[in-house]
Write a protein that binds this ligand. Structure first.
Ligand code: ADA
Length: 559
């Protein structure tokens, strides 16, 4: 308990008691009959573990935890799939219907130290309850507590909930620090790195939030080459919290993305958090290994598809100097979604949460949402405009985009900072009669660039947000057919050359870094092994033939 008092935060990861029922009704909140015969490691999805592999139903998790008697505390769940209810000492304390989105529950004050936590997590598709994730998405929908669980002891009053840091002047080291909640006139202390704290008076508060400007004295702007990080600690007399940040500026100008005034060429991959054994709960060692591989491939850029990435992974991107496009959960939203207020509300809530969660990560330079929605339709207008407006308002220092698959038919390209197209010429070819449609790739890319120019949008940076070809690991084929490693190698050779040589292309997120499990059942008919096989490495990160080709072209281009 002494350690707990000292640190204020501690992890609730570890081995929890576990039970599963395929029949349990989600509306049934009676805890009395639940049994927990098994053990499950948290974080991990229950449906990638041997006992429940591939099952859909409700997982029940239970563990004890400690909070000093009389103290307030809060638990953060960094992600539970697909939706969850949390019970503390037998009483419902919170719920969440947004997979991949962190949520918190407050621990009611009690007279005992020892407490009991039960979590019900359901992985049944239910559009009414959880409109963000559906069964046709091209990645497996896992269930269970699959990211970290943390407990924080709170002061009796005036807990600081959130601190956000943004760069005002990357040359002078000027930053704005946002703090909430704060009472008008409240005195705060603030310290940068190891400097002595200074006192500031909270000025005007808006919705309980105040902000003040500071100057960091010794710094180098954050960049992939110099990923320098700083810490700000804010205290209010009863609470004290620290967040890490980097000083850097991102801008879109004259067709370029500028980082600290210098144009970037973004070379990288779309990356799912995926592993055949651990699902989306990647062990830290695998996160580091993925970034080492990406670095070896000559990449500086990751599109975190198609949901918020694990905060620990973003920490690593900050430290290792990767540039990240972060996006909300969505895949192929249609008119029926855009006209459903429930869907739009869920999208808004998750994007608001995403912005708050990753606000202080210098690695995150772009925010995206609604991957491949029906953006050619008028019905999609309100949803796209709402989300674009939300990012601009809540996070004006980052660039806004979305991956469009409607490309030149897309209606909302004028509204974004960066135009991003997903495209698969030569894989899903225009002409199925062509036995080797590799010749389609370059004309197709250039046709889209020309279309953008004709639409008067050449001053917006352009990213190919997905492009790729499937290859089954180990399948070599002298006739270079679809699904062979040979075809993928030739495909990516053409794509990467064009990306690095064509100055009108600001960047690429190749589809995709590693093979990953996709839907079960007939949706997987076009997906051998029920995996999306377009990884440059397979699901165990074994390199395919394309690996060396991508690496040589990307590395050569930055020499
Ligand atoms: C889409 C989608 C990806 C993946 C890809 C493919 O562009 O955004 O998630 O499904 O197609 O492999 O076809």
């Amino acid at each position: 308990m002494r350690q707990l008092e000292k640190d204020k935060n501690f992890t609730l990861n570890g081995f929890w008691q576990f039970g599963f029922s395929a029949e349990h009704e989600w509306t049934d909140e009676n805890l009395a009959g639940l049994t927990f015969p098994d053990i499950l490691a948290v974080p991990s999805p229950f449906d990638s573990m041997p006992a429940c592999n591939g099952k859909r139903g409700v997982g029940f998790y239970r563990r004890k935890f400690e909070v000093p008697a009389g103290r307030r505390a809060r638990i953060t769940f960094n992600a539970v799939g697909m939706y969850a209810k949390v019970f503390i000492d037998g009483r419902k304390a919170g719920e969440s219907y947004a997979p991949y989105t962190p949520f918190t529950v407050d621990v009611p004050v009690a007279e005992t130290n020892e407490r009991e936590l039960i979590v019900m997590a359901c992985n049944r598709f239910d559009y009414q309850l959880c409109p963000l994730q559906e069964n046709y998405f091209d990645f497996y929908a896992y269930g269970g507590i699959f990211r970290d669980v943390e407990l924080r002891l709170l002061p009796d009053q005036d807990a600081i909930d959130w601190i956000g840091v943004e760069t005002l002047d990357y040359l002078a080291g000027k930053i704005r620090v946002r703090v909430c909640p704060v009472r008008p006139g409240q005195t705060l202390t603030v310290a940068i790195d190891r400097e002595a704290p200074q006192t500031v008076a909270a000025g005007e508060t808006v919705n309980g939030e105040t902000s003040f400007e500071l100057t960091v004295k010794n710094f180098t702007p954050w960049s992939p080459e110099t990923p320098e990080l700083h810490m700000v600690t804010v205290g209010n007399g009863t609470d004290e919290r620290s967040v890490r940040f980097g000083i850097r500026q991102v801008k879109a100008e004259k067709g370029h993305i500028l980082l600290n005034g210098k144009p970037l060429k973004l070379l990288g991959y779309c990356r799912h958090e995926a592993h055949p054994l651990f699902g989306p709960a990647l062990p830290p060692a695998q996160m580091v290994a993925d970034l080492e591989l990406l670095r070896d491939l000559g990449c500086n850029f990751i599109r975190g598809t198609h949901y918020q990435q694990d905060p620990r992974f973003l920490d690593l991107c900050d430290e290792m100097g990767f540039l990240v496009w972060e996006e909300g959960l969505s895949w192929g939203a249609r008119v029926q979604h855009f006209t459903d207020p429930n869907f739009v509300t869920a999208q808004v809530a998750q994007i608001e949460a995403m912005i708050k969660t990753s606000y202080n990560h210098p690695s995150v330079i772009i925010r995206g949402f609604l991957n491949e929605g029906e953006s050619e339709t008028l019905e999609s207008e309100a949803c796209y405009k709402t989300l674009i407006g939300l990012v601009r308002k809540n996070d004006p220092t980052r660039l806004v985009t979305y991956a469009s698959q409607r490309r030149l038919d897309d209606r909302w390209l004028e509204l974004v900072d960066v135009i991003s197209f997903n495209m698969y010429p030569g894989w899903y070819p225009e002409n199925k009669e062509d036995e080797s449609p590799l010749g389609e790739i370059i004309p197709y890319i250039r046709h889209n660039l020309e279309g953008i120019r004709q639409r008067g949008l050449a001053d917006k940076p352009f990213i190919i947000s997905e492009i790729g070809a499937g290859a089954i690991y180990g399948w070599r084929d002298p006739i270079c057919s679809h699904w062979s490693e040979d075809y993928q190698r030739e495909y990516l050779r053409i794509v990467c050359r064009e990306i690095v040589d064509n100055p009108s292309i600001t960047g690429v997120a190749l589809w995709q870094f590693c093979d990953c499990r996709t839907h079960r059942g007939a949706y997987a008919l076009g997906r051998p092994r029920a995996f999306n096989n377009k990884g440059t490495v397979d699901e165990y990160r074994r390199p395919k033939l394309a690996y060396e080709v991508v690496k040589n072209i990307f590395k050569e281009s930055v020499k």
